[in-house]
Design a binder for this molecule. Structure first.
Ligand SMILES: *[C@@H]1O[C@H](CO)[C@@H](O)[C@H](O)[C@H]1NC(C)=O
Ligand SMILES: *[C@@H]1O[C@H](CO)[C@@H](O)[C@H](O)[C@H]1NC(C)=O
Length: 271
């Protein structure tokens, strides 16, 4: 009986202190497209640096390679790539030693002369989003045409377009075009529900296997600490009470045995 309560206690404690380590991958400058030669810094903003986060990527050439291992320079919790090459295009994510992964971002590097600067992270429903169409060589912004899922949505004289109060219907594969300079690669623009409080899902409707783990473990906050302490103390009190009852019962039994024994002796003496 003592063993099972101990097991229960252990399970409770491990449940209460179960923290899922989480990280969020951010990209600076914040864009999902880059020109060849650009500098990029990718940061794993983690809740627990002891979880041993690494930045990994899949490119068309190699899978699951780690920053600092043949590409990029890892320092603290960020990875910098000083010269983006088109071969660096791919999916990037942070991964902790014990498994959990962050959101994923798709980066596209072009050897061409036009990029679409679109949000690299999913945008929240209702927010405003600005897309910028940029050339590599011209510092000022030129007139640009914006396309979504293959069809023209707007032509803008200054090369940037703001979508106000985005909704789910604004999601899609976007690109832009600057006449005389060319077309940008395409990038996904993803809109998430306003209610999502957990780290955003990956930019596309992701297959279940690639979405970040979604355990609903209670983090070891002050609340659960207090709860743990009170559970431990109440279990301790219970165990003590049980022990006391057992002890008292034993003592009473012994006493009655002894007293009946002496009674017999007394009887014998009387005879
Ligand atoms: C990266 O590549 C590995 C191995 O091919 C694959 O299992 C994994 O799903 C890929 N991850 C992403 C995010 O594409
Ligand atoms: C990355 O881009 C590829 C190709 O456009 C797309 O299939 C994939 O779903 C994207 N992944 C993420 C995480 O955005």
């Amino acid at each position: 009986m003592k063993e099972t309560s101990l097991q229960c206690l252990l399970i409770l404690i491990s449940l209460l202190s179960c923290t899922t380590h989480q990280a969020r991958l951010t990209v600076s400058p914040s864009s999902s497209q880059f020109f060849e030669g650009d500098f990029v810094s990718l940061s794993c903003e983690e809740d627990d640096s002891s979880a041993g986060w690494t930045l990994r990527r899949n490119t068309s050439k190699q899978q699951r390679t780690q920053c600092g291992d043949g590409w990029g320079r890892w320092s603290g919790s960020s990875c910098s790539i000083s010269y983006m090459d088109p071969l660096e295009s791919g999916v990037y994510w942070c991964e902790s030693r014990d498994g959990p992964i962050s959101n994923m971002v798709n980066l596209t590097v072009t050897g061409g002369s036009v990029i679409l600067q679109s949000p690299v992270l999913p945008v929240m429903e209702g927010d405003d989003v600005t897309l910028l169409c940029k050339t590599k060589t011209t510092p000022s912004n030129l007139p640009a045409a914006f396309y979504k899922d293959g069809s023209l949505i707007r032509k803008q004289p200054t090369g940037h377009m703001t979508i106000q109060h985005v909704s789910r219907s604004d999601e899609g594969l976007c690109k832009c075009d600057i006449s005389g300079h060319g077309e940008s690669p395409s990038s996904w623009i993803t809109v998430t529900d306003k209610h999502t409080t957990t780290p955003p899902p990956t930019s596309t409707p992701p297959p279940a296997s690639t979405s970040p783990p979604d355990f609903s473990c209670v983090p070891l906050s002050l609340f659960s600490l207090v709860l743990t302490v009170s559970v431990i103390s109440s279990v301790c009190v219970l165990v003590l009470v049980v022990l006391l009852v057992l002890l008292v019962r034993r003592q009473v039994q012994r006493k009655s045995e002894w007293s009946s024994g002496t009674a017999d002796v007394a009887l014998l003496i009387n005879y």
